[in-house]
Design a protein around this ligand. Sequence first.
Ligand SMILES: Nc1ncnc2c1ncn2[C@@H]1O[C@H](COP(=O)(O)OP(=O)(O)OP(=O)(O)O)[C@@H](O)[C@H]1O
Ligand SMILES: [Mg+2]
Length: 329
Amino acid sequence: MMRDSPALATALAIRARELTKRYGDMLAVDHLNLDVHAGEFFGLLGPNGSGKTSTIHMLSTLIRPTGGTAHIAGHDVSNDGVKVRAAIGVVFQESALDRNLSAAENLRFAGLLYDLPRAEIKRRSDELLALFGLTDRRDKPVASFSGGMRRALDIARGVIHRPQVLFLDEPTIGLDLPNRKKIWRFIENLRAETGMTVFLTTHYLEEASECDRVAFIKSGRIVQSGPPHELVRRLGAFVIEIEADDTDRIAAELAPRLGHAMMDGERICFRFNGDAAQLAALQTEFADRIGALRWRKPNLNDVFLWVNETSADCESPAHTPSRDATLQR
Ligand SMILES: Nc1ncnc2c1ncn2[C@@H]1O[C@H](COP(=O)(O)OP(=O)(O)OP(=O)(O)O)[C@@H](O)[C@H]1O
Ligand SMILES: [Mg+2]
């Protein structure tokens, strides 16, 4: 059971208890418990359909929970929607822009919704458009923007009122690397300046590795959480990657010696705590049946694969072959 003292509750930007969403028979979010501290950069990670957007929609009052409670900056999402909405900014997975309006009009509309004075809206809009290189597009309809320009404007729209808590639902999907970097620099600066809490979902796990803490969600339930470096460390010392035509057979054959395999597209990955000599022996043994065998340090993507392949957490130790039985059958 999670602690729930009044002092803790006020220091929390986001608090969910047994938060649940059903769509008919479909249990999309399953009794979720979550604490995000003020100023924290938190990532909710999981495969398609695992309940990330449904969670953000409940926390941002767009949909009503089927059960449980959630508070944003101390305000109840079910009974205090107006206060919650004043405290948050949301960049939805689907663009929230009006395509028929210009960039400046979209920002003005958002600013008015938050009761910002007109002069302030103009000042912040100009600043945000300049930051994202959109100044010369300010009066053009959003329909004429590229996907990347639209995403940048969606983010500008989400932060124009300098929210206490910012929800970002796959903010950088489809963006090229320079634009992704530009957006992250902007969010980072805003966090440093305002102490804003950020709640992120993303499928780019290298972006999520910058989070203070991440939680992996699977079928609506959190199955693993912690600081990214901690989760990666718990996974093991190394990951062995094997490329082969007959991945299933190789995975099954090696499982007794290397533990459960994680499938990453055409590659088989194993968690490994052995040494170079043991690896070389394995390489020799399988040389004529595999395309490649590599070992490397694990990363957050491996944690994602591990969590989704096995439903297990990373607490179970990675395989450490014994000295005498060096990877021999
Ligand atoms: N309005 C809805 N009506 C019925 N089912 C829904 C609705 N919205 C979502 N779902 C279902 O709820 C589950 C969780 O969906 P959700 O959009 O929260 O997942 P997600 O983790 O955001 O996925 P993605 O990574 O694809 O964005 C899915 O099975 C989805 O089909
Ligand atoms: Mg989603």
